[in-house]
Structure formats: C-alpha cells, structure tokens
Design a protein around this ligand. Structure first.
Ligand code: SF4
Length: 206
C-alpha cells in the first residue's frame, strides 16, 4: 500500500518522496516541527458531535483498487449526507499543489470505503485559521490515478531521482542537508564540462 503522505512528498519533490519512503530518511526543520506541534489535536483518534455535523479525527482510510492507505486529520459527516475531509496544515492560507493531491487521495479512499461520493474537501491553515476549499474534480482524480502508478514504480525500482532545480522548495525542505542538491547540481556541471573537454580533445586527435 502507498502511504497517503507519499502523495504530498512526491508532488513536492520525487527525490524527497524517495528519501523518506525508500531510504527511511527523515529530519525535522522548523516547518515540520511546527506542523507536528499544531497537528497534535487532530492526531488523536476521537470524534465531536455538533447539531448538524459529526467530526471524526485521525480516521484511518484506504483504497484497495489504487493500493493507498493512511489517515485523514478530520472528516466531517454532515446531516444532509455530505462527507467532507479536512486536512490540517501549518502556515498561512496559500495554495500548495502537493496538499491538494493529498486531500484528493483521501477523498478517493473515503469514496471507496463508504460507497458514497466525496466531491469537496478543505485544507485548514493553522496560522491564518482559515480554510481553503478544494473541489475533487475529474482532472484531479486522473492525476491521482497516474501519480499512484508513478509512486509505486519509484518505490519498486528504488532509483533515486535527481534533485529538483527549485531554490524555494529546496530551502523549505527538511531533507536539504541529506540531499545536498546544490552539490549534486554543481558536480553534474563539472562532469558535463569534463565531457565537453574530452569530446573536443577527441576531435583534435582524430
Ligand atoms: S532538498 Fe530539494 S531536491 Fe532535495 S529532497 Fe528536498 S526538495 Fe527535493
């Protein structure tokens, strides 16, 4: 089974997904520590019942067809029948595409388990205490299907992907020290330069 968190890691960076889920690497940085701290409430299995909404926290979910498993931070069951997952994230309200994929994968798990449609969900941002609603449309579902295949291939083949070239993501990544993206990029550059020199010298002597 692919852990649902792997969707978030893979969409952030395939190499990060590989380092965590294949090599078992993990270190915290300020972002992950704040996330863990803020997550404490929803990490405890439990429920809350209001007049119109029943909320389950840390609900285990899975999808057998796609081979996914994990848990939802919170799932709201509304009296009119709507099922609404809410993923809790550290930080200000802003769109991170990797969060959207994690939520969509959760929705697809709930649909298979409960046999009912899950058309929307939300990301709750702790710092701004605001929700961002997400519609789980067909294009998002198709991406989840394709990504599940890619992640399974990554976990099976065990080939470490190259670092991405994105300073913003790399500087926010807790695995930066382990990954060393800048060093790998510059060593590739050196190798390429050496290759060019070697090619040129061959031309001279031919
Ligand atoms: S440092 Fe950058 S390349 Fe390395 S795992 Fe993190 S995001 Fe990916």
């Amino acid at each position: 089974m692919i852990p649902l968190s792997a969707f978030n890691h893979f969409m952030y960076c395939p190499r990060r997904c590989y380092l965590i889920h294949v090599e078992g690497e993990f270190t915290d940085n300020v972002h992950t520590l704040l996330g863990t701290f803020e997550h404490e409430r929803v990490d405890q299995i439990g429920h809350k019942v209001n007049t119109d909404v029943h909320v389950e926290y840390a609900l285990p979910v899975w999808n057998r067809r796609l081979g996914l498993s994990g848990k939802c931070d919170a799932v709201e069951f509304h009296s009119e029948g709507v099922i609404y997952p809410v993923e809790h994230k550290h930080g200000e309200r802003r769109r991170w595409i990797n969060d959207d994929f994690q939520l969509a994968a959760q929705a697809m798990c709930l649909e298979e388990m409960l046999g009912r449609p899950v058309e929307k969900g939300a990301i709750y941002h702790y710092q701004s205490r605001r929700r961002r609603e997400l519609i789980i449309d067909l294009s998002l579902r198709n991406i989840i299907e394709d990504t599940a295949v890619q992640i399974r291939q990554l976990l099976k083949e065990k080939l470490r992907p190259q670092p991405i070239k994105d300073k913003r993501r790399c500087s926010g990544c807790s695995l930066h020290e382990i990954c060393q993206p800048e060093m790998i990029h510059s060593s590739h550059k050196l190798l390429q330069m050496n290759q060019c020199l070697f090619d040129d010298s061959e031309e001279v002597y031919l």
